[in-house]
Ligand binder design. Structure first.
Ligand SMILES: Nc1ncnc2c1ncn2[C@@H]1O[C@H](COP(=O)(O)OP(=O)(O)OP(=O)(O)O)[C@@H](O)[C@H]1O
Length: 272
């Protein structure tokens, strides 16, 4: 479980990016983090793994208080947090398998990590994950030979290879077309359900967030202004988060046929 208590961040420039964020994410829950540009979504995600140092507040992952950790302890704690990025963050010249296995690097003793000596279990798990994300035949392909959707599948497999306790996902679909975006969200959600893994997904697309999250947290100017189930995102709530807009028309334009899908049990092997 993840617990944030009064987490705030003021950057050196004086920008107050986050103010007193408080929430808990239980095992298995997928949280869609929404809000306008500059609302503090990335800051919130980055405070959790301390890529950004919070100015104050407490962040607990299980029994570990993340804010007080020294560099070495933080390295160990980060092994427990899988990250999925908008731009995939793969090593382009390495193979798909090598990229997935890099999820285990934090677990290897230094000499094994230097020589990239992974265990048989690590390799077996990587094959199984590649199969799960529909890339069983791509293990030996170089990452730079893949499409965006395929790269993001590698990113998901790499994060899961860590056997994380928490997934932090930063705009996973921002560079992808609508169909591929849905496939990627479906894959993340199904992995969380299978592993009882909590996730926080920073996502701009409100409809995708609604469709594939168990819960929505809405940020505006660094404050949490909504925290509730996806179907409670009424036009009034959206206006509170984003300001005035014709939400009915927007839903009509973007939402045809996409509403109400049960994300579980959908074929994950649809090609990317
Ligand atoms: N490194 C930084 N230094 C100073 N200010 C920053 C820094 N990073 C973000 N900010 C400011 O903090 C606020 C929140 O930014 P953040 O990137 O967290 O928002 P966001 O909701 O993720 O936006 P977007 O959706 O556009 O990525 C903004 O006012 C931004 O200008």
């Amino acid at each position: 479980m993840l617990k944030l208590d009064k987490v705030s961040k003021t950057y050196k420039t004086g920008d107050k990016a986050l103010h007193h964020a408080c929430f808990e994410v239980p095992a298995g829950q997928v949280v869609g983090l929404i809000g306008p540009s500059g609302a503090g979504k990335s800051t919130l995600i980055r405070c959790i793994n301390r890529l950004v140092e919070p100015s104050s507040g407490s962040i607990q992952l299980g029994d570990t208080e993340l804010t007080g950790l020294n560099r070495r302890e933080l390295r160990r704690a980060r092994r427990r947090i899988g990250m999925i990025f908008q731009e995939y963050a793969l090593v382009e010249r390495l193979t798909v398998m090598e990229n997935v296995l890099s999820g285990r690097l934090g677990y290897l003793p230094a000499w094994r990590s230097y020589f990239r000596k992974f265990t048989g279990d690590d390799i077996a798990q990587a094959f199984s994950l590649l199969d799960k994300v529909g890339l069983a035949d791509y293990a030996d392909k170089r990452a730079d030979a893949l499409s965006g959707g395929q790269r993001q599948r590698v990113g998901i497999a790499r994060a899961l290879e860590q056997n994380p306790e928490l997934l932090l996902v930063d705009e996973p679909t921002a560079s992808l077309d609508p169909k591929t975006s849905r496939q990627i969200m479906r894959l993340i959600r199904s992995a969380c359900q299978e592993r009882n893994l909590p996730a926080i997904i920073n996502i701009h697309d409100v409809l995708l967030a609604q469709q594939f999250s168990d819960r929505i947290i809405g940020l505006r100017a660094g404050e949490i202004v909504f925290d509730g189930p996806p179907d409670a995102l009424t036009d009034d709530v959206l206006t509170t988060i984003y300001g005035d807009e014709d939400w009915t028309q927007l839903r009509g334009e973007n939402g045809s046929g996409d509403q109400g899908e049960d994300a579980s049990g959908v074929d994950l092997m649809e090609s990317a």
